[in-house]
Design a protein around this ligand. Sequence first.
Ligand code: SAM
Ligand code: SF4
Length: 327
Amino acid sequence: MIDGYNRNISYLRVSVTDRCNLRCRYCMPKEGLSLTGHDDILRYEEILRIIGVAVKMGVAKVRITGGEPLVRHGVVDFIARLNDIEGLRDISLTTNGILLENFAAGLFTAGVKRINVSLDSLNPERYAHITRGGNLSEVIRGIDAVHHIGFSPIKINVVVIKGVNDDEVLDFAGLTLDKPYQVRFIELMPFGSGNNSRYLSNEVVKERIGGVYPLESPLRTGAGTEGPAQVYRIGGGRGEIGFISPVSHSFCSSCNRLRLTADGHLRACLLMDEEIDLKAPLRAGCSDEEIERLIGGAVSKKSAQHERVCSDNNLRKCAKQMFSIGG
Ligand code: SAM
Ligand code: SF4
């Protein structure tokens, strides 16, 4: 699928739920905000059908996300069924890691080899504060479990929040000396209820890390950039450090993705609010050709560049929050 700007759209991010077992302050209000009831969420059969059509059209990679994907009942069996879709080459998952220890073996058997775990602090009290009650040791045990089982790559996503966890960037970077993980620093984006005053540019983060650990490009083909991340390593370190900078450096020109929300809408861009409803046509009994036409419509809606990325003080917010779009 080639869009109007010559980008090959081959990656679909699928949110299987907008519910979550954490309440990260920058993502969800404390009371939770599941906008959807049981029937509003796409059934697994429906998601499989949409992915099947998308793969026929050229999607080769699917990432399962949420909300927290591991809280949806039956998610491992659902993922296992993705393997029956001919042409789907890569199945990955993004999780907060709270339930990961128990799910790790099942996920690996179901075909997930690439996993991203979100972790914004290495300090138990601070982690509990940011997530409103999360238990850091559960996440650490989950990461250890996927490491021992042999998942690769394992990426640790850290949203850097000024005045909250930015004093930990060296600790996170230092993790990559001993562990073969890719620690990725992500700029805070304009979602959620607070203002973006806690945004910190990755330029600052990179400078702080580079001032202590000389950063070099990793030694492998295609190294330096990986999807939206700029990737480096500390000389002699086992892991890598990535910078994902949607605010300071838009990566729209290489964007290859579509998003399917838990409530059955296709979204051409994370930061643009326009969506295409797939659930209503599906439930009205539409054909695969119609689904194909709607997916093609979403691809054609991809614009060259989203309009929200500008300066620190000039960020417009999305109407939906990250947990309902699928981060
Ligand atoms: N619950 C899972 C998790 O936390 O990994 C998957 C969904 S979560 C919405 C996906 C990612 O989005 C997480 O890494 C989270 O930190 C990130 N995220 C949520 N809100 C964000 C924001 N305002 N700016 C940047 N990243 C955000
Ligand atoms: Fe839940 Fe992930 Fe949002 Fe945190 S970032 S509240 S874990 S969906």
